[in-house]
Design a protein around this ligand. Structure first.
Ligand SMILES: [Zn+2]
Length: 105
C-alpha cells in the first residue's frame, strides 16, 4: 500500500512541469499593442520582441482587474517609496502575476 502511495507522489511531482507555465512572474507590457510578455521572453529591456520597437514598459499586475497595467517609469521604480497603484481600484499593484496565454505563443 505504501508503495502505491509513493508512486502517486512521484507522478504528481512529475506533473509539476505543466503547472510551471502558470507560475507568477514579472512581465512587460507594450504601450502600443497592450500585449503582455513574460520577462523571460524579453531580450532587450524595452524592445517588443514582436514589433522590434522600443515600446515595452514594466508591467504591474492588479489582482482585482485580473490584468496588467503599464508600470511607472524606471526612475519612479527606483524610488521604492512610490508604490504603484491600480488606476481603477487604487490598490497596490504587484510586480509579478500570471502571464496571459497569448504571451506564450
Ligand atoms: Zn485594478
Amino acid at each position: 500500500m505504501a508503495s502505491i502511495l509513493l508512486l502517486i507522489a512521484i507522478c504528481c511531482t512529475g506533473c509539476g512541469g505543466t503547472v510551471e507555465a502558470e507560475q507568477e512572474q514579472a512581465a512587460y507590457i507594450c504601450n502600443q499593442t497592450k500585449q503582455v510578455f513574460a520577462a523571460s521572453e524579453v531580450q532587450n529591456s524595452n524592445v517588443n520582441p514582436k514589433t522590434g520597437k522600443s515600446t515595452l514598459v514594466r508591467g504591474m499586475y492588479c489582482v482585482k482587474c485580473d490584468r496588467w497595467h503599464p508600470g511607472p517609469p524606471k526612475e519612479a521604480m527606483a524610488n521604492r517609496a512610490v508604490q504603484p497603484t491600480c488606476p481603477i481600484h487604487k490598490t497596490p499593484l504587484k510586480s509579478v502575476g500570471p502571464i496571459p496565454l497569448a504571451a506564450a505563443e
